[in-house]
Design a protein around this ligand. Structure first.
Ligand code: TPP
Ligand code: MG
Length: 331
């Protein structure tokens, strides 16, 4: 029997790949923060700084033929699934060369060529679409797995329960990944659910639900790999709840720790649980870490600078293009 994909990576190689992806996400979003005051990026931005381990661990465990669906907080999964950085910055700039031809902005990233079908600004809206895609994979006997990313707030939506119930009933090859950062905008999970463990909540429906540390990239990778193996073998869907932290305000480049919805310990807690620092703690035990990390950061910075340059130099879409891509027939 063919070995599962995840076991083909040595832990050393895996950890460096995870570190690289997390750094790329964080450094790209830091660049977005730097650019934002210039108003060159007019779309609202929802940053995933602090949540990088979920995107990196989940996407590294997937094959490029596996498909993912995300939310408006989508920079991390776009980068981790292998989306082109130039096209991402162009999209943020509203340029013709953007991944959604400049019409979607930060909240609607897509990279179907690497399996990111799309991201949606409507909470919970892609959960049924991802579930339908898993049904298509099953009916066509494709070996691919579908992964649906969403926040803890999406579990408040009726469509979440309708979708997972259908997936359990039909034994669909889908992994539901809930990035539980504790808040839906300013509202705490504890103020919205009597049962705050979302993994336990779904187990009542018959769905295997597990809660894990979402700030520990190797843990995310391993648990996601196990879930994928189960889904790919036709043993049905899995719900993974990854506990993580959003460092920035819900939308925008700033922080809002002074706002009353935050617990006074949030800032300190976030920095103690920094997923990148956690990964560095592991990698520092290996020889030559500092030199290799410095080279890596320079490589990533170079890639980001080139991507931004590409976006700056790209043209805006023509007025005529407002009439393109409105219907499937026009593609
Ligand atoms: C159907 C719908 N209802 C409400 C909103 C407004 N809204 C935007 S983001 C958000 C919070 C979602 O929180 P969560 O799912 O935990 O994701 P996070 O922002 O924490 O990543 C809400 C209620 C929306 N976009 N769509
Ligand atoms: Mg949330």
């Amino acid at each position: 029997m063919k070995a599962p994909f995840y076991s083909s990576l040595s832990s050393g190689m895996r950890d460096w790949k995870l570190y690289r992806l997390m750094l790329k996400i964080r450094m790209s979003e830091q660049k977005i923060i730097d650019i934002y005051p210039s108003d060159k990026i007019q779309s609202p931005i929802h940053l995933s700084i602090g949540q990088e381990a979920v995107a990196a661990g989940v996407c590294l465990a997937l094959k490029s033929s596996d498909r993912i669906y995300g939310t408006y907080r989508g920079h991390g999964i776009y980068i981790a699934k292998g989306g082109d950085l130039g096209k991402m910055f162009s999209e943020l700039y509203g340029k013709e060369t953007g991944c959604s031809r400049g019409k979607g902005g930060s909240m609607h990233l897509s990279a179907p060529e690497v399996g990111l079908v799309g991201c949606s600004a409507i909470v919970g809206s892609f959960i049924p679409v991802a579930t339908g895609d898993a049904l298509a994979a099953q009916m066509r006997k494709d070996s691919r797995v579908v992964c649906s990313f969403f926040g803890d707030g999406a579990v408040d939506e009726g469509v979440f329960f309708e979708s997972v119930n259908f997936a359990i009933l039909k034994n669909l090859p889908i992994v539901y990944v809930c990035e539980n950062n504790g808040y839906a905008i300013h509202s705490k999970v504890l103020d919205r659910h009597k049962q705050p463990s979302l993994a336990r909540l779904v187990s009542g429906l018959g769905l295997i639900g597990k809660r894990h540390d979402g700030n520990d990239a190797p843990v995310v990778f391993k648990t996601m790999s196990q879930a994928i193996t189960q889904a790919r073998k036709g043993k049905g869907p899995v719900f993974l709840e990854y506990m993580t932290n959003r460092w920035h305000e819900h939308v925008g480049p700033g922080t809002d720790y002074q706002e009353s919805y935050h617990s006074p310990k949030d800032k300190e807690n976030n920095s103690r649980n920094d997923p990148i620092k956690k990964m560095e703690k592991i990698l520092k035990k290996r020889k030559g870490f500092s030199l290799r990390a410095d080279i890596l950061k320079k490589e990533i910075q170079n890639e980001i600078d080139q991507a931004v340059n590409f976006a700056e130099k790209s043209p805006f879409p023509s007025l005529q293009s407002l009439y393109h891509d409105l219907y499937a027939e026009s593609r």
